[in-house]
Design a protein around this ligand. Structure first.
Ligand code: SF4
Length: 277
């Protein structure tokens, strides 16, 4: 399986699981993020934290691929540098970190513990083929599926497993494992890239941000019906984006939306303020 790159911009519209999920969660948020390319109002700490953990884990997987596993101090160093860099960029680019009750030092300490747990528990015999595997795959719908797979391992001569690393405060429920689009998109993409593969599996590796860090491995299964449903979703998405219909989808997600102020103030009339009794 050759590495793919995304250095050439595709002529066809591109679809990623993030774009699809954002559009399904709230078309208005999609418009802010991908059509207007509006800056978010602040930078989410979990997002930056997760991204720095990702970078450290990817470096470790790379070292497994090179048959020279990193020691814990080296993994910590990658995390601390990545986290500090991202915080600096956020703070200096006018998109300040939303620290809430946490702070930089606490976050670093938490990251170190999580990575210690990961390094202790990870299977060092994994046959790592690719890390941060970038793909551009043309679909029958005339668009390009694009994304990055955290890690691809070979499980037998012609079988592969996609590993997606997440940091999470609690484990994923059954609904997410059944319906989350990310595994479906990634499995569909890898099937296009290696159509001769005997088997393609997917696992979420959850690095738990609980008091006692843990590594939970959650296998996700997708079948032909799921892939057909994905194609239908992509067709709907392309139609929705092409027609420029981006209604607001009000709900719990508004509390965590980086465009909430812009979304609310874009209406000329003030909205009601309801307080639950
Ligand atoms: S505040 Fe709510 S409705 Fe508005 S863009 Fe964000 S998620 Fe959508």
């Amino acid at each position: 399986m050759a590495a793919q790159t995304t250095s050439v911009a595709p002529a066809s519209p591109h679809v990623s699981h993030t774009r699809l999920s954002t559009w399904l969660d709230c078309p208005k948020k999609y418009e802010y993020s991908y059509v207007l390319e509006a800056e978010e109002e602040g930078t989410s700490v979990p997002l930056v934290f997760g991204s720095a953990i990702h970078e450290a884990v990817a470096a470790f997987f790379d070292s497994l691929k090179n048959k020279d596993p990193m020691i814990l101090d080296e993994v910590h160093a990658v995390f601390e540098r990545a986290f500090a860099d991202e915080v600096y960029v956020a703070e200096t680019m006018g998109c300040p970190m939303e620290w809430g009750e946490s702070n930089f030092e606490e976050a670093v300490e938490k990251g170190q513990k999580i990575l210690q747990c990961f390094v202790e528990k990870v299977d060092r015999t994994l046959d790592v083929m690719h890390t941060e595997y970038a793909f551009d795959v043309k679909t029958a719908e005339g668009c390009v599926l694009r994304g990055y797979m955290d890690c691809i391992i070979r499980t037998s001569e012609n079988s592969y497993k996609i590993i997606e690393i997440k940091t999470a405060a609690k484990t994923y429920g059954q609904d997410r494992l059944l319906y989350d689009l990310q595994p479906t998109v990634y499995i569909a993409a890898l099937r296009e890239i290696v159509p001769e593969a005997d088997k393609i599996e997917f696992e979420y590796w959850l690095l738990m941000k609980t008091k006692e860090p843990d590594l939970k491995i959650l296998p996700v299964v997708r079948n032909a019906g799921d892939l057909q449903e994905l194609r239908e979703t992509i067709r709907g998405y392309l139609l929705g984006v092409a027609t420029g219909a981006f209604p607001r989808r009000r709900g719990w997600q508004c509390s965590y939306c980086g465009h909430a102020t812009a979304c609310r103030t874009s209406c000329e009339q003030p909205q009601s303020q309801q307080v639950a009794g």
